[in-house]
Design a protein around this ligand. Structure first.
Ligand code: GLV
Length: 326
């Protein structure tokens, strides 16, 4: 008998087909967003779950299904999974690292360029029929080339962002839990390690790429925004909750920083409506990794992890290897 799995949200049909060769599937191709109680109910009797970042894989969910063996997230971030509870229950958890590094780095640049050079704001003005004449001071923004780029969270995506800055003749400063090796710093456009506050004071543009955890909650709040330059841009492609959104709205309104580019929000998709009233922020619906080929690669990666986990192999992207000792 094939193991039973739940695919919590719609995914590429070819991936559903691939999984169906290995598993007895319950697949949510109607893409209903299940709440926690519904997820718990649907997981009964299943050994695996193909999950995505909007599914909260809580301790309650894990513990209410003793037959569960694997939770495979279609995302590099995994703050939606209670890893400690999974490990304690002997459940393997996996993510999809690496396949999205370059695509997500591209998108950080898209947000930086759009926010610093006021792309969406000026497009709205044009579409609204307000463009009557060219003017010398229309939509003046901040230069990206030649500026100092600050990156907080210098993992693989952060390094890919930094490497792109070479073509813009930028200086890169970074802050990370641990310092990179000299080789990694050289690869990342000779990035220079700084303390977080010094980085915020120094950088012309700041990109956040750190994972969300209790420790990174509100890494950027009112006090940190005060350290930034009034001409600075803040980009968040990491996770909602790393920025205190109410504090950022106040800072953007007051002109304490010039602009922001945000792909992630506290409580998304129900973002703080204060953002919608501001013109100096570019807002996108969590699409950092959303190129066709990368989302396909992520879906296949999550499927391969699930197939390995439920066929007695070690999944390639196991987050809690301690579980194998159980
Ligand atoms: C998307 O947000 C991811 O973590 O892959």
């Amino acid at each position: 008998m094939k193991p039973k799995i739940l695919i919590t949200r719609a995914v590429f049909p070819e991936v559903v087909e691939k999984l169906s060769q290995h598993f007895d599937l319950e697949s949510n191709q109607d893409d209903v967003v299940y709440g926690e109680a519904e997820l718990i109910r649907r997981l009964q009797g299943k050994q695996g779950v193909f999950a995505n970042p909007s599914d909260r894989i809580s301790a309650d969910l894990i513990n209410s299904n003793p037959g569960l063996k694997a939770v495979c997230n279609m995302a590099v971030g995994y703050n939606n999974i209670d890893i400690a509870a999974a490990t304690a229950a002997g459940v393997m958890a996996t993510n999809t690292p690496d396949v999205l590094n370059e695509t997500t780095a591209d998108f950080a640049w898209a947000l930086l360029m759009a926010a610093a050079r006021r792309v969406t704001e000026s497009e709205h003005y044009l579409r609204a029929g307000e463009w009557k004449k060219w003017s010398y001071d229309g939509f003046l923004g901040a230069d990206v080339h030649g500026a100092t780029l600050g990156i907080i969270g210098m993992g693989r995506i952060g390094q890919a962002i930094a490497r792109r800055s070479l073509g813009f003749n930028m200086k890169v400063v970074y802050h990370n839990r641990s310092r990179l090796t000299p080789e990694q710093e050289a690869y990342a456009n000779h990035a220079e390690y700084l303390g977080r506050d010094e980085l915020l004071r120094t950088a012309d543009h700041v990109i956040l790429v750190l994972p969300y955890s209790a420790a990174s909650h509100h890494t950027i709040g009112a006090a940190e925004l005060e350290l930034m330059k009034p001409s600075a841009t803040l980009v968040n492609i990491a996770r909602g909750g790393i920025v205190d959104d109410a504090a950022l709205i106040a800072a953007l309104k007051a002109g304490q920083i010039a602009a922001a580019g945000l792909d992630v929000f506290e409580n998304e998709p129900a973002l703080n409506p204060g953002f919608l009233a501001l013109s100096n922020v570019v807002l996108t619906p969590h699409i950092g990794s959303a190129s066709g080929s990368t989302r396909r690669a992520m879906a296949h990666c999550a499927a391969d992890n699930l197939i390995a986990a439920l066929s007695g192999q070690t999944p390639p992207n196991l987050l809690n290897p301690e579980v194998l000792k159980k």
